[in-house]
Design a protein around this ligand. Structure first.
Ligand code: DGJ
Length: 325
């Protein structure tokens, strides 16, 4: 499916009607210079009343990795972009937060590798900004996290290296900072069969040995974790490469579990395909404790640079997630 045209609905975001209106739908998501925003598999850091959007820079020709049993389409990994906004409507391009390198396949940041789903947290104790992302070979067999650090939100980030938490595979991932300042990495592990939630060290730079296995044998990816009213919510997708599938969400009273699967948070036309998107982050809207934005990617597997975005505001009502297109 092609997402060339598409509608940019800049709605009145924070009124009651916003729930049923997409903020962004399609390929046409421009920064304040009028250029296409290039921030896929994104995440958002809210710091000093500014939203910082981080995402994969996908630039160049899409190609298919030979000899794979699945549609392993790749585009050069262009590093991690950063945009800022105070109103979630106008996004200023702050440049490349983490640079990739060319022509050095042994370097984790080489354009021929995988730099996906970057997420950034601010550490109050060290006063540093910490980035984690999925770092991999183009056949996804390294399955590890890359970690980088910066003194300022927009970077540049200094790459520290990569790790497999507790020697476990890490593919699609997200970071989550709890209200007590503890932070966690949540990731598809065990060949995408099972997810793990792993507590980070106090400086957020390393995994601890304290981790739990969740959604066991459920084959989920693209985790997006948020908290509402003391309860944890985790929205995931199924595993079908770049093709859309049904999202599902689970809830827990403790981040380390037990997690209970609830079902598809989406309803309406094309809810079984998550409206053709795959989630990348759930953004809590500042000052609106029950209001969130489900952020997703509209992958264009044959031309990944042209992949679009779908952002849908939603509320948690009586403990239930309802995302309507
Ligand atoms: C689905 C993942 O969620 C994406 O981040 C990406 O790794 C694709 N698979 C690759 O097919």
């Amino acid at each position: 499916m092609k997402y060339t045209v598409l509608i940019l609905i800049l709605s009145i975001f924070f009124n009651n009607q916003a729930r049923s209106q997409n903020m962004i739908s399609g390929g046409d998501f421009k920064d304040t210079d009028g250029n296409q925003i290039n921030a896929h598999g994104a995440g958002v850091l809210y710091y000093n009343e500014v939203y910082y959007l981080f995402g994969e820079i996908k630039k160049g020709k899409t190609w298919l990795v030979p000899g794979q049993s699945w549609e392993d389409y790749r585009v050069p990994a262009g590093g991690v972009s950063c945009y800022s906004s105070t109103d979630l409507k106008h996004w200023k391009n702050l440049g490349t937060a983490l640079r990739s390198v060319t022509g050095d396949p042994s370097n984790d940041l080489d354009t021929g590798r995988v730099i996906e789903r970057p997420k950034v947290l601010y550490n109050e104790k060290t006063k540093k900004f910490v980035m984690w992302f999925h770092n991999d070979r183009n056949d996804y067999q390294d399955s590890k996290a890359g970690i980088a650090i910066s003194d300022s939100p927009e970077g540049p980030y200094t790459y520290l290296g990569s790790i497999k938490p507790n020697n476990q595979m890490l593919r699609d991932m997200t970071l989550f900072k709890d209200t007590d300042g503890k932070a966690y990495v949540v990731y598809s592990s065990e060949d995408n069969n099972t997810m793990h939630v792993c507590l980070l060290t106090d400086d957020y730079l390393k995994p601890t040995e304290h981790y739990t296995r969740i959604l066991i044998d459920r084959n989920r990816e693209s985790p997006a974790l948020f908290k509402n009213n003391g309860k944890y919510f985790l929205i995931t997708s199924g595993c079908s490469g770049w093709s859309p599938n049904a999202a599902s969400y689970a809830t827990a009273n403790s981040i380390m579990g037990a997690w209970t699967e609830i079902g598809n948070p989406c309803s309406g036309t094309n809810a079984e395909q998550t409206f053709f998107a795959q989630g990348n982050y759930v953004l809590p809207i500042n000052g609106k404790p029950s209001n969130f934005i489900f952020m997703g990617d509209l992958w264009n597997k044959l031309d990944l640079e042209k992949s679009g975005y779908l952002w849908i505001p939603f509320e948690v009502i009586d403990g239930e997630v309802k995302i309507n297109n």
